[in-house]
Design a protein around this ligand. Structure first.
Ligand code: NAP
Length: 487
């Protein structure tokens, strides 16, 4: 079973020993003390004698991403003192001359032979070569690689599978945001242990989870997330992670920044790492349908997928956005029946709006910068017609922005001229970051009543969460997590 190792970053030996003691109480299996992150190397290490779980002493060099740039003799001295203070293992970097002096000068101490790559992840055979060379030093091999793409995640999984055949222990870590999956799924990869921080904010490496979260996810966990580009602004992790805590399901929702051409690789990653599913956002929402094993009726009806469920290795596309759009109208007390609606945009979110408005009996006009796409959308729904800029007017009772214009990280302009807006209209912007876009501000100035994308976001999220876990979180939990914006 994969053990949990708390990596400790404290300015003094006493502070680190105290943090190690708290880690023991918090359920850690072992601790790593990062001596290289202390402002100066401590002389007295006796405080560690009280810590009763295995301890790893680490003096990571600058060239390997740490803070130590002293001499080999200084490293040797610290490691000798650490052994006398009861440390069971030393972290020695592949290529360090100290590795060769272990027998004589370090009492044949247990060692982790580590290698870090802050640029990227090499090929599977290069990863294996590193693990084999490290293992030949009679040490536990550890490779940590920066994950830049889904192919890197697949390379880590493949190397883990192949090295497992040696039946020797190893640790493989993917660094960075995409690499979090390798930390959460360390047991699936077969790692001897996974590094975590003592608490949120105390990480010693990017992408590290904290001890409490990792303990919660120790077994039978549900791993889901959002796939898109960009996803940095997304508040979905905050609302889903709050929901996991509320319903008591051990699960985590991660961000997967995946570029346009890499979606197919991500599908493989999801199955390989045993994910339960994922949400899809810009720019993958429509393309994703072609890469899935099948579509549920909700996705067929809309022609777009926002939620994928992995069922026995099969990827099944669903759409929970329509429900989110419907709830936005219901909660604001607007019945679209017989009303004229202007929909701006013709992407996945616009499709969900069209599906709802058309079924609810509205007459829908779709205006998109690429008219052919609006025409294609309108062929799929009743009472729906594509229009050009010459047909924009104040005639509409309902106006919806389904483009990302005004969203954080996107251009700030209005999706349509503000002379289309008037009192008495219901204006919706599907964007939720920021909560008030320039478009909504213009609508308010024109005297229209407005709604942003929050109600839709929370209700589509409830729908996705139900598909993945079979449990229904409360609207209030998800919505307050959205207001808090925490993750
Ligand atoms: P999408 O499938 O990529 O579609 C984007 C649409 O916006 C396309 O019609 C595109 O036009 C248009 N567009 C993009 N950039 C534009 C620009 N600079 N000027 C004019 N039009 C532009 O994206 P989506 O998934 O439908 O998402 C659209 C928006 O809805 C995003 O802001 C997203 O955050 C929001 N959304 C909110 C929720 C929620 O729960 N509140 C759910 C889903 C989406 P072309 O066809 O010409 O490329």
């Amino acid at each position: 079973m994969t053990k949990i190792c708390v990596s400790i970053k404290e300015p003094s030996a006493e502070g680190a020993a105290q943090a190690a003691q708290s880690a023991v109480e918090g359920g850690a299996d072992l601790v790593e003390v990062r001596f290289d992150l202390m402002p100066s190397l401590p002389h007295d290490l006796s405080a560690f004698k009280k810590v009763e779980i295995p301890k790893i002493a680490t003096l990571r060099t600058r060239s390997q991403g740490g803070g130590f740039d002293g001499k080999d003799a200084t490293m040797l001295d610290l490691y000798q003192r650490a052994l006398r203070a009861g440390f069971e293992m030393l972290d020695l970097e592949l290529g360090s001359p100290i590795l060769e002096r272990r027998d004589k000068e370090l009492r044949r101490a247990g060692a982790i032979c580590s290698h870090h790559d802050f640029e990227g992840t090499p090929t599977v055979s290069a990863i294996l070569d590193i693990l084999i060379r490290a293992s030949a030093k009679e040490a536990l091999p550890k490779g940590a690689f920066t994950i830049n793409s889904c192919k890197d995640l697949l390379a880590i999984a493949e190397a883990a599978r192949m090295f497992s055949a040696t039946e020797k222990e190893f640790v493989l870590i993917g660094m960075g945001e995409l690499g979090m999956l390798t930390r959460v799924c360390a047991d699936r990869l077969g790692c001897a242990f996974t590094y975590v921080s003592s608490q949120v904010g105390n990480e010693t490496a990017q992408g590290q989870l904290d001890l409490t979260t990792m303990r919660r996810l120790a077994k039978e966990r549900t791993v889901v997330g959002i796939v898109g580009d960009p996803v940095a602004h997304s508040l979905s992790p905050a609302i889903h992670n709050a929901a996991f805590l509320e319903v008591g399901v051990p699960g985590i929702y991660l961000k997967f920044p995946v570029r346009q051409g890499d979606l197919e690789d991500f599908m493989e990653v999801a199955v390989e790492y045993g994910m339960r599913g994922f949400n899809v956002t810009i720019p993958h929402k429509e393309v994703v349908g072609r890469l899935l094993d099948r579509l549920a009726p909700s996705a067929v009806q809309v022609g777009a997928v926002n939620t994928v469920l992995v069922e026995e290795g099969e990827l099944v596309g669903h759409n929970t956005d329509v429900h989110g759009v419907e709830m936005t109208f219901k909660e604001k007390g607007i019945d679209p029946k017989g009303k004229s609606a202007l929909l701006v945009g013709a992407g996945g979110a616009a499709r969900a709006c069209c599906a709802y408005l058309s079924a609810a009996g509205a007459k829908v006009k779709v205006y998109n910068r690429t008219k052919a796409r609006a025409e294609e959308l309108c062929r799929a729904f009743r009472n729906c017609q594509a229009i050009g800029p010459e047909s924009l007017s104040t005639d509409f009772d309902i106006v919806i922005n389904g483009t990302p214009l005004g969203m954080t990280g996107f251009p700030d302009g209005l999706p349509i001229p503000d002379n289309v807006l008037r009192p008495g209209q219901f204006v919706v912007d599907l964007i939720y970051t920021p909560p008030r876009t320039p478009f909504l501000e213009a609508a308010e100035r024109a005297g229209a009543s407005t709604a942003n994308g929050e109600i839709m976001l929370v209700h589509q999220a409830i729908g996705s969460f139900e598909l993945w876990t079979g449990r229904t979180p409360s609207f209030s939990t998800m919505s307050s997590a959205l207001q808090g914006g925490s993750q």
